[in-house]
Design a protein around this ligand. Structure first.
Ligand SMILES: NC(=O)c1ccc[n+]([C@@H]2O[C@H](COP(=O)([O-])OP(=O)(O)OC[C@H]3O[C@@H](n4cnc5c(N)ncnc54)[C@H](OP(=O)(O)O)[C@@H]3O)[C@@H](O)[C@H]2O)c1
Length: 400
């Protein structure tokens, strides 16, 4: 499901959102657990955003019905702070998400998709996330999906060290498993489609490289199989495992860390097979996390202290389009009158023109700066009545 929402071509996704969704800024964040769109703009039309998303990803609009979570305003800020702090990750406190968020905002900046509001919001959220990690040590001692998978194998299989272990995959998730096996001094074979990749993986992370086809055909001799790939089909099929199990007496444990799954679910129905998928492993990680609840609540405390500060800064920005518009319109009127006056005076002297120009600017700014700063303050304090009154006074309309 997650894959269907994923944006294949980020550049064109950004282009479409900015053109069609009504948002004036956006940031896309996609990891193996989430696809998120952060938007900012005067027009907040959720239906229009969904429509744009559906057309970018080739989805039917009803696909959003059960799969979309929407947060706005302070809830959205809180969500982002939780993300940067690692509180919303499968493995609480993990570091990876902070880097992924940094990459997302810098990609959005480069595309010109984020602006004053989202740049500021993400900058603050990254700062809060870093602070939470430093102050609580939440990232230390958190258990990764990889080491939880190894720990579960250890709990389920006697004397893991003497067993035949195979790891399919040479990416990030596979290296979490490999590191954990290596730390325990457990020998294992590793494979991926390109032998060179398995070889360099084994040199840098550990394991013995084996050929891909040889590995897939050799399940019969494997006691524990870890699978962590992004194959778009079942690499470990029911038939292969059934055949392998027919020729052996011992049981076999299979851990599928892939999302979407790359081990056929039906494999779990074969006798003497113990199988766990990513959700089950993540649940164990989650249980482990709950035992570190003290750390989590200190992290939450920091977030709730920081949240009003972020909210106030964002609220201040919300009225920026009104402020800009008022300044622009008044300045246009000033320039029009200035030109008329200079024409009537027949003034040609550059220095005198500059002085008159500065005089009119100073008068305008002197009159309008205080009310505009008061408007920003009112917005910061959530004084919606004042914002509405100014909007009406200056006949301001949000631009589509
Ligand atoms: N990264 C994490 O922290 C994390 C955490 C939890 C779960 N996961 C899940 O673990 C899986 C792997 O993620 P990753 O982050 O490790 O990805 P990755 O770094 O991109 O590595 C992908 C691996 O899949 C292999 N692969 C790609 N296409 C394949 C195919 N058609 N057939 C067989 N192998 C193929 C690649 O090796 P070759 O191209 O050489 O075959 C590589 O070993 C994903 O399903 C992900 O959702 C990842």
């Amino acid at each position: 499901m997650l894959e269907r929402f994923t944006f294949g071509d980020l550049d064109s996704a950004y282009e479409s959102f900015l053109k069609h969704s009504g948002l004036s800024e956006c940031v896309l964040l996609q990891t193996c657990n989430r696809v998120e769109l952060f938007g900012f703009g005067e027009v907040r039309d959720i239906e229009r955003i969904k429509k744009t998303w559906a057309s970018v990803s080739g989805l039917e609009e009803h696909a959003f019905r059960e799969n979309l979570e929407i947060s706005q305003g302070v809830d959205a800020y809180q969500h982002l702070l939780k993300l940067t702090s690692g509180l919303d990750s499968l493995v609480v406190g993990e570091e990876q998400i902070l880097g992924q968020i940094r990459d997302s905002i810098s990609a959005a900046r480069q595309m010109g998709a984020s602006g004053m509001a989202l740049n500021m919001l993400f900058e603050r959220a990254i700062r809060v996330g870093t602070r939470v990690r430093q102050a609580t040590g939440i990232s230390k001692g958190s258990i990764s999906i990889g080491s939880m998978a190894v720990r579960l194998a250890e709990e389920n299989i006697d004397d893991l060290k003497s067993r035949k272990i195979m790891l399919i995959g040479t990416g990030e998730a596979a290296s979490l498993v490999a590191k954990s096996l290596k730390r325990r001094g457990i020998d294992f074979a590793v494979t991926s489609r390109t032998f060179e990749r398995s070889k360099s993986f084994s040199e840098t992370v550990g394991g013995r490289p084996v050929g891909f086809e040889e590995a897939l055909a050799g399940f019969g001799s494997v006691d524990v199989l870890f699978v962590a790939t992004v194959a778009p089909y079942f690499l470990v099929t029911y038939e292969r495992v059934k055949e392998a199990m027919a020729a052996r007496r011992e049981g076999m444990m299979i851990m599928d860390l892939s999302n979407p799954r790359t081990v056929d679910e039906r494999v779990s129905t074969i006798g003497k097979i113990k199988m766990m998928n990513l959700d089950q492993i993540a649940e164990m990680v989650d249980r482990n996390m709950r035992t570190r609840m003290g750390v989590v609540s200190s992290a939450e405390k920091i977030i709730s202290d920081e949240l009003p500060v972020v909210e106030a800064a964002m609220k201040r920005l919300e009225v920026e389009p009104i402020v800009k518009n008022v300044f622009r319109e008044i300045d246009q009127a000033r320039l029009k009158e200035l030109r008329k006056a200079l024409q009537m005076l027949g003034e040609k002297d550059e220095q005198r023109i500059r002085i008159i120009d500065q005089l009119t600017q100073a008068i305008v700014e002197g009159i309008i700066s205080v009310p505009m700063n008061n408007l920003r303050k009112a917005s910061e304090q959530g004084d919606e009545d004042m914002v509405r009154a100014v909007t009406r006074l200056f006949d301001y309309k949000a631009r589509e």
